[in-house]
Design a protein around this ligand. Structure first.
Ligand code: URA
Length: 220
């Protein structure tokens, strides 16, 4: 299902395998090793949807029988940007479909009290002119982190941003749309589910809990 509200196209993947894997991810009994594998598989399914508009160019190859018209990814290559820490758990799943994409990193952390996002690490090309960027962040909750990440990429000239999120909350989607209204950057969200709401701690309900903790264990 795809909808477009004030600029951000929202695509909720509607597929029985996506729903099956998401249900297992949500289950609190699913332990980290299984959670990581499922998240990886789910991202690959989402990546298929997310790359529907990846830029290609026409080429001709020679089959054993005859020339055939085809396509290849065009330059500049897509840029995949996992948001540290939890976005790292989505990287391999994305690279499986886009093995030649470049990878940049953005470290963002959310203050548990103010829920505001700040950047603590960054490894990205200075010039993103003409680049299609794929931001990986498992949970679009308040939207603060994703807005800040998209703003960062837009300031460096990115042409288009697709956010790939396992789950999203309506409040987060609305916030990103509001924050990005000023920026002239087309944005797409591809997610496995749009959940009910946020709770007072900023967690998605019903969600799946803290994605980073479930992927990597609790760091105290
Ligand atoms: N981050 C998470 O990991 N889970 C949520 O529900 C919200 C933010």
């Amino acid at each position: 299902m795809s909808t477009s509200v004030r600029g951000m196209r929202v695509h909720v993947a509607d597929h029985p395998l996506v729903a099956h894997k998401l249900t297992l991810l949500r289950d609190e009994r699913t332990e980290s090793p299984t959670f990581r594998r499922l998240a990886d598989e789910l991202v690959t399914l989402l990546a298929y949807e997310a790359t529907r508009d990846v830029r290609t160019e026409a080429i001709t190859v020679q089959t054993p029988v005859a020339p055939a018209q085809g396509v290849r990814l065009s330059a500049p290559k897509p840029l995949v940007v996992p948001i540290l820490r939890a976005g790292l758990g989505m990287l391999e799943g994305m690279q499986r479909l886009l093995p030649t994409a470049e990878v940049g990193f953005l470290g963002m952390i959310r203050d548990e009290h103010t829920l505001l996002a700040s950047t603590y690490a960054e490894r990205l090309p200075e010039d993103l002119s003409g680049r299609q960027c794929y931001v990986l962040d498992p949970m679009l909750a308040t939207g603060g982190t994703l807005s800040a990440a998209i703003e960062f990429l837009a300031e460096r000239g990115a042409e288009h941003v697709t956010a790939v999120c396992l789950l999203a909350a309506p409040e987060g989607v609305a916030r990103v749309e509001r924050d990005l209204a000023e920026l002239a950057i087309p944005t797409t969200l591809v997610t496995a589910g749009l959940d009910q709401r946020l709770n007072d701690k900023g967690y998605i309900v019903p969600g799946l809990g803290d994605a980073g903790d479930r992927l990597y264990g609790v760091v105290s």
